[in-house]
Write a protein that binds this ligand. Structure first.
Ligand SMILES: [Zn+2]
Length: 393
């Protein structure tokens, strides 16, 4: 009965407030009051009052005059992304990247530094808070102007609470209250997600904003995927959607994974797994260097890793029908070899309708994907209809 009642409520048209109207302006295009009245179906006076509220909050600004068909040309308004700033934080196993950006993820100040995640949440988050404040000063902005903080962590995160959940390479972090600890330091909302999800978000927003269905695959020390469907990041019920590293590769029975299972994709085709197979390589970066130096054995190993990843991605393609698969992470720097291996198997194993318009490419945002995604996640929250309504109230 409850489900039925909910459906009925959703069918009642929502009376759009200032926060809802603002969503129409987030694309940055200037619009007149008449444009907004036409789209929302609201009275001109209602639209005018909401524009005044959004202007007073600094979220939109006059953007010149529209062309007129006679008489005084009407004024236009557009999103003002510099109204506030957000802090994006991308934490890896041995490094951190931080950026203060405006609300459209334009980077205003940026820092990359070595930082050991194994130092534990207190020490690492202290360092993040200190560096974040330095970057705010560098950007000439204050903590009062900070609308939110987005954080990516190199392990599983329960999305609803922002707490890491049994992260294998993050001793001391299990169930750590990351949003609470950082929120106290900055006095702003803090959102936390795993590194692959924020990379997917960053790559999607910066490089492929028009692609509605995209699968981002990170191939580095481990393997994971971030799912963009209908233009939005999909995290699943607990936040672990896209965790393909421990899916079994068909036919592999002799390789034991660190998780205890046999034949996991990560144990066979990750950058670390390939490095272990190759004499002279210990890290994914070594593998990339060997491929670039023209080492045939390394190139073949990377291509085979691509095929194994492709075998698992073929199933993902059947489930999700993405129009684009983007390969990121350290092993993506090995270039065409990995993508060629993935293409070979995905195109062979998927139905023509699913692959007709499917593109498989390497990521464009490189090492910046995570920090851009963390910024976008925080900005999305700060600019949600509910947050904007609170701000203008
Ligand atoms: Zn495993």
């Amino acid at each position: 009965m409850v489900e039925v009642a909910r459906d009925v409520v959703q069918q009642v048209p929502k009376v759009a407030g200032a926060g809802d109207m603002f969503q129409l302006l987030r694309d940055g295009k200037p619009r007149t009051r008449a444009d907004l009245a036409a789209v929302t179906g609201q009275a001109r006076s209602t639209v005018a009052a909401r524009i005044d509220l959004l202007m007073a909050a600094g979220l939109i600004a006059p953007a010149g005059e529209a062309t007129s068909t006679g008489g005084r040309p009407p004024a236009t308004f557009a999103f003002a992304p510099s109204a506030q700033v957000v802090l994006g934080v991308d934490l890896g196993a041995t490094h951190a990247r931080l950026a203060v950006t405006d609300l459209a993820s334009t980077v205003l100040a940026h820092r990359e530094m070595p930082l050991l995640i194994t130092d534990g949440p207190r020490a690492v988050l202290d360092r993040v808070a200190e560096t974040g404040r330095e970057l705010l000063r560098e950007a000439g902005r204050s903590t009062a102007e900070l609308a939110g903080v987005g954080v990516g962590l190199p392990g599983p995160v329960e999305h609803a609470t922002g707490r890491p959940n049994n992260p294998p390479i993050m001793p001391g972090w299990d169930d750590a209250d990351v949003p609470g600890i950082l929120g106290e330091r900055f006095g702003a909302p803090v959102l936390v997600d795993n590194d692959v999800n924020i990379m997917a978000l960053g790559e999607h927003r910066a490089a492929w904003p028009g692609v509605a269905d995209l699968l981002f695959v990170k191939v580095a020390t481990g393997i994971g995927a971030g799912i963009i469907a209908d233009g939005a990041l999909r995290r699943g019920a607990q936040g672990s959607a896209g965790d393909i590293g421990h899916v079994a590769v068909p036919g592999v029975t002799d390789v034991v994974c660190r998780c205890g299972n046999v034949g996991c994709l990560e144990a066979i085709a990750s950058g670390q797994a390939v490095a272990t197979q190759l004499e002279g390589a210990t890290t994914p970066a070594d593998v990339v260097a060997m491929v670039r130096a023209g080492d045939v054995t390394a190139s073949q190993a990377v291509r085979q890793a691509g095929r194994d990843i492709g075998a698992v991605l073929a199933t993902s393609v059947s489930l999700l029908n993405p129009s684009m698969i983007v390969i990121g992470g350290a092993l993506a720097d090995a270039g065409e070899h990995i993508v060629a291996g993935i293409r070979e198997v995905v195109y062979q194993r998927s139905l023509p309708l699913a692959t007709q318009h499917l593109r498989i490419v390497t990521a464009r945002t490189g090492t910046q994907a995570g920090v851009l995604g963390a910024s976008a996640m925080a900005a999305d929250q700060a600019l949600s209809p509910e947050a904007v309504d609170r701000l203008v109230a």
